[in-house]
Design a protein around this ligand. Structure first.
Ligand code: HPA
Length: 272
């Protein structure tokens, strides 16, 4: 079912992009969507027009597939995403990530805004995801497995490819961009966490917390893609932040660092 739906979706996208086959895919999180405007020769398709896609209800999430060229490479970008907390089924949440892999992407760069838990993180930092903790209470691959997509019990020991992480860290250093590293904990939302939950996440080894990325990473890696995960630390997490958490703060911080974020993504695309 899903496989056939994906094929229909790919056919639709190819028809509307002159047969575009990307090698690299991106999913851009809250306030980080501007990068898509830097693509050359781009074609934009609103999520609402793409068969099988759902539309996000969250402000700061455009919901457009943008295909084009960056650093000489063919890239496909999901500018915006749909979240589990919006009420979408996991199958819908991961559909765009699966689409990118089925289109041809061997590597996905998945980005998000996240709350900083580790004392080494400050609002405005960029942080490379080394691994994740899935606290969403479900797994997007629950249910029948279609072996045409991937294995029933997929290995996740190198989901955020170590080899790519080393390359990305070297690229950031040579571009003069500070890129920290940390473990991303995914919570279901839509509430921000309580201070006790943040204290628990810190104890179990989380560096940062957010409400996305993990389902998409799991689904894309199931299909054989390597993942580069990047968090923009938009705020300090609950109980650490001196002020109440708001979505406006998340968007403001993302906007503030958007130039350096764009540069980092550009350098990664041309350098890996
Ligand atoms: N918690 C969960 N999700 C988030 C946060 C946070 O503090 N900041 C941005 N997304």
């Amino acid at each position: 079912m899903i496989y056939e739906q994906l094929q229909k979706t790919i056919d639709y996208i190819r028809e509307h992009t002159d047969g575009f086959v990307p090698e690299l895919g991106l999913i851009l999180g809250s306030g980080l969507g501007d990068f898509a405007d830097t693509l050359e020769n781009s074609v934009r398709i609103p999520f609402g027009d793409i068969p099988g896609f759902s539309v996000s209800t969250v402000s700061g999430h455009a919901g457009v597939l943008v295909c084009g060229i960056s650093g000489g490479k063919k890239v496909a970008i999901m500018q915006g995403r749909v979240h589990y907390y919006e009420g979408h089924e996991m199958e819908k949440v991961i559909f765009p990530a699966r689409t990118l892999v089925m289109m041809g992407c061997k590597t996905l760069i998945i980005t998000n805004a996240a709350g900083g838990i580790s004392p080494s993180l400050a609002a405005g930092d960029l942080c490379l995801i080394t691994d994740h903790l899935n606290y969403m209470g479900t797994n997007p691959l629950r249910g029948p497995n279609d072996s045409r997509l991937g294995a029933r019990f997929p290995d996740m020991s190198d989901i955020y490819s170590k080899k790519l992480r080393e390359q990305v860290l070297a690229i950031a250093a040579s571009s003069g961009i500070t890129l920290k590293e940390g473990v991303y904990a995914a919570m279901p939302g839509p509430t921000y966490e309580t201070p006790a939950e943040i204290s628990m996440l810190k104890t179990v080894g989380a560096s940062m917390v957010g409400m996305s990325t993990v389902p998409e990473s799991l689904a894309a890696h199931h299909m054989g893609a390597s993942i580069i995960g990047i968090s923009c630390i938009s705020n300090l997490a609950a109980g650490i932040s001196p002020v109440p958490l708001t979505h406006d703060e998340v968007k403001e911080t993302a906007n503030r660092i958007s130039a350096v974020f764009k540069k980092l993504i550009q350098e990664i695309i041309s350098g890996i």
